[in-house]
Design a protein around this ligand. Structure first.
Ligand code: HEM
Length: 147
């Protein structure tokens, strides 16, 4: 995985700690926006929207709490990638997903959000997103070769 600046990790942890109570609101706004801008993604999400909103907060919390434990993250990244292959997620979906996610978090945080928070969140989420996407790619390539 790409190295991430420890200061960025700290910013993500601190800002998320203050936002955790807003998890469902972030989830709802995020998925509304995601499906509006990328209607094609809608069919991937089979669970009911309420569960998805909770899952998003859970997913972020998981990532944030494990950020300093890179070994655990590598394991988590592999298993997340395997599951996302099954959900039908393509490597190129991560960039827009992360961009919208950070925009949504910034919006919910309002005036207290600073440009350096955006930078830190994008750096951290993209490192993880790129790692998951790379794993998805290699799973797809292996599957292709075995055809
Ligand atoms: C940093 C990036 C991401 C992380 C950490 C993440 C994490 C998670 C987690 C923890 C779950 C809950 C179920 C499970 O653990 O398998 C999940 C489900 C899911 N994710 Fe992601 N995800 C990411 C990016 C994406 C992207 C880019 C897409 C597609 C646009 C996506 C689509 C889905 C779908 C379709 C489900 C299943 C939900 C359902 O069946 O309704 N994820 N994700």
């Amino acid at each position: 995985m790409q190295t991430v600046n420890p200061e960025s990790i700290q910013i993500v942890k601190d800002t998320w700690a203050e936002l955790i109570g807003h998890g469902p609101e972030i989830g709802e706004r995020f998925y509304n926006r995601l499906f509006q801008q990328y209607p094609a993604y809608k069919k991937l999400f089979k669970n009911n929207p309420h569960d998805q909103h909770r899952k998003l907060a859970f997913a972020i919390t998981l990532v944030v709490t494990k950020l300093n434990k890179i070994d655990q993250i590598a394991e988590e990244v592999r298993s997340l990638a395997m599951r996302h292959v099954k959900y039908g997620v393509q490597p190129e979906y991560f960039k827009p997903f992360i961009k919208l996610l950070v925009e949504t978090i910034a919006e919910v945080r309002g005036e207290r959000w600073k440009p350096e928070h955006t930078q830190a969140w994008r750096e951290v989420m993209e490192a993880i997103g790129n790692a998951i996407a790379a794993n998805i790619k290699s799973v797809q390539e292996k599957a292709h070769k075995n055809k």
